[in-house]
Design a protein around this ligand. Structure first.
Ligand code: HEC
Length: 139
């Protein structure tokens, strides 16, 4: 009986280690794809270092929203664009961010996962399921 319990425990530990490894690989792949989206669609304004352009384009590096838990807001900005001239971390930005609604759900998850984990940002990944759910409610 003890052996069975031991085997089950060892099994569970190695299973979760394998799952964690698979997860890390999936996240790394998402980040790599997201970087491509970023270079093609976002870098022109938000810059290679994510620092944006003072008074023109908001920085994504060290941004409260980018690192925050409100994923809906981030998905909405990409799908609908952002031209509200809202105060972002104490600053205002004069440029308008165009909607990128031609991006696929996976590409949005990837680019958000990339910006949330790049530069000094250390926020968790955004999944395809999250983007699908949020996007289906955006009208
Ligand atoms: C034409 C320039 C431009 C492009 C291209 C662009 N953005 Fe933006 N982005 C802006 C501007 C300007 C703001 C601030 C808008 C405002 O204040 O109303 C902004 C704001 C944001 C914010 C909110 C930041 C915060 O701290 O609240 C995020 C997130 C964001 N952009 C991500 C992206 C991503 C991801 C892409 C590529 C898919 C992208 N942007 C493409 C100009 C751009």
């Amino acid at each position: 009986m003890q052996r069975i319990i031991l085997a089950v425990v060892v099994g569970m530990i190695s299973f979760s280690a394998v799952t964690a490894q698979t997860n890390n690989k999936l996240v790394a792949a998402s980040i790599a794809r997201g970087k491509t989206v970023y270079l093609q669609r976002c870098m022109v304004c938000h810059q290679a270092d994510g620092g944006g352009v003072p008074k023109l384009n908001a920085p994504l590096d060290a941004s409260t929203a980018v690192n925050g838990s409100d994923i809906s807001k981030l998905v909405k900005y990409i799908v609908k664009g952002l031209n509200d001239r809202i105060e972002i971390d104490g600053e205002f930005y004069a440029n308008a961010m165009p909607a990128a609604d031609d991006l696929k759900d996976q590409q949005i998850a990837d680019v958000l996962t990339f910006i949330r984990s790049n530069w000094s940002n250390k926020a968790g990944p955004v999944t395809l399921t999250q983007v699908k759910q949020i996007r289906s409610k955006l009208k």
